[in-house]
Design a protein around this ligand. Structure first.
Ligand code: ZN
Length: 492
């Protein structure tokens, strides 16, 4: 069995396999580092994370390249306005971006490529296009791609551009060009702006050339998969194809994956609508990183995702069920032996989980059998029909699930702690949920001490004091659970 993934280029589900029979070479458009990432951005990175994790679970190594756009019009505008060097400005948002990825448990790509560190590769690509007559220089010193040089233009987005008049602009910049459809490869330096002195003149790269040059630098002229948000399909990806294939006369990426957009309460997310959320906004409201991760991946990537706060609460509850269940298995003591129905249920859940992901990464269908298994196992445990051999069969299913979904292992404290630290530094403590501040005022050591004090109070039959401690902790988001194996506590 292999993964069949929708290919925007062919318009159908195509098997996704490494052409070299070894590692899957993939490129994903990364962030432009001029602001904090919003949940729409992170939905895309998370869905790509699901892809790479699933490939690895199935035994396919991945060579994943992601760019960091650290020079573009907005960045230059903002740095000129702030009067600080471009690197100082972008470093802050780049660091925040990687922190956010870490909070969401998005694995780091094998290669992170900054645009500003690959200027020579971009210049070489422009020179190559110019040598073939597909690039030209304007009087002011900018370079453009001659769209007429690439008859296949539009094959990815399926846009019919034949009737497109000059003046119907492909990209919205303010430079001179032969045809309004032509797009910028290199932008001439303007006074006061960051620029590079190169063989094609002083200037800075256009956004599209950046991705083509860096993809080819690390993955070769043809590679397996190119991924990104659906908003990048046109013109960005179309332009990448045009300039790359014109230069190399080879197919650029064989497979194109596009993650659909995110809505908030059924509407487009926009700052002006007041429904715009960064990851940090949600963490400060008290939602856990794991719940945000699960909510953003639980709807398959080819469906629009309608984000609601209810979806975060559902995800929180789902994760709680999984964590409690795993705790029940690892802490429980089961009689030797196995139950054939439970063995079968575990096997079937694993198969359905894999089949769903193989079918165009259907994350919703992949989650369902895991919860069915949890239900069946819980019932069996309640009825005394669950044995050590069943535990050995069910735990690996949870492990495989978590190899892709990565929400069962509880690592939620650190992202929240980090977000609070950031809020303090950034002067945003007024946005922090009160229960979060209360919970954070209590260290793990302090909780342990109170749990010990409660135990001592119970032993001394001082139940009033014991109940008081439990209530105080609950107020600060700490839940105490008494079981036959002792006392456990966790943060809600
Ligand atoms: Zn790109």
């Amino acid at each position: 069995m292999t993964l069949r993934l929708f290919n925007t280029l062919t318009g159908q589900l195509d098997p996704l396999e490494p052409a070299d029979g070894k590692a899957l070479r993939m490129y994903a458009c990364g962030p432009t580092v001029y602001d904090y990432g919003h949940i729409g951005n992170f939905r895309t990175f998370l869905q790509i994370d699901v892809l790479r994790r699933f490939l690895r679970l199935m035994g396919t190594p991945v060579r994943h390249v992601m760019n960091i756009t650290d020079v573009d019009d907005r960045i230059i505008q903002n740095t000129v306005a702030a009067g600080i060097p471009i690197r100082e400005y972008t470093a802050r948002f780049e660091e925040a971006f990687f922190e956010d990825l870490e909070s969401l448990r998005v694995e780091r790509p094998e290669v992170i490529a900054r645009a500003t560190e690959h200027i020579p590769q971009m210049v070489a690509l422009v020179e190559r296009l110019a040598a073939g007559g597909a690039a030209y220089k304007t009087e002011e010193g900018s370079w453009y791609f001659r769209l007429a040089a690439f008859p296949g233009y539009g094959k990815l987005s399926k846009k019919d551009l034949s009737g497109m008049e000059d003046g119907a602009r492909v990209d919205l910049d303010r430079y001179e060009k032969d045809s309004a459809r032509d797009f910028a490869l290199w932008k001439a330096a303007k006074p006061g702006e960051t620029s590079w002195e190169t063989a094609i003149g002083r200037g800075r790269p256009g956004w599209h050339i950046e991705c083509s040059a860096m993809a080819m630098e690390y993955l070769g002229e043809s590679f397996d998969l190119h991924a990104g948000g659906e908003d990048l399909m046109f013109p960005h990806h179309e332009n990448e194809i045009a300039q790359s294939e014109t230069a190399t006369h080879k197919p650029f990426a064989r497979h194109w994956m596009h993650v659909r957009f995110l809505l908030v309460d059924g509407r487009k997310m926009a700052k002006s609508e007041g429904n715009f959320y960064t990851l940090r906004d949600l963490l400060l409201k008290g939602y856990k990183a794991s719940a945000i991760r699960l909510a953003l991946i639980s709807v398959p990537y080819r469906h629009p995702f309608n984000f609601t706060f209810d979806s975060l609460i559902d995800a929180t509850n789902a994760i709680e069920r999984l964590r409690t269940f795993r705790e029940r298995l690892t802490a429980g003591k089961f009689a030797e032996g196995e139950d054939s129905a439970m063995q079968e249920a575990a096997k079937e859940a694993r198969e359905r989980f894999v089949e769903a992901l193989e079918d165009d990464l259907n994350t919703a269908d992949a989650i369902a059998p895991i919860f069915e298994l949890v239900r069946a196992a819980n019932t069996a445990i309640d009825q005394g029909q669950f044995f050590a051999g069943d535990c050995d069969a069910v735990l690996p299913v949870l492990r495989d699930f978590d190899a892709v979904f990565d929400v069962i292992e509880d690592r939620d404290a650190e992202p929240t702690r980090r977000a609070l630290k950031w809020a303090e530094k950034a002067g945003r403590m007024d946005q922090v949920a009160p229960q979060l501040i209360a919970a954070q005022s209590l260290t793990d050591e302090a909780v342990e001490a109170l749990v010990a004090e409660r135990r001592a109070a119970k032993n001394a039959r001082n139940f009033a004091r014991a109940d008081q401690i439990r209530a105080d902790l609950a107020e600060k988001g700490v839940v105490i659970e008494d079981s036959k194996d002792g006392v456990r506590w966790k943060r809600k």
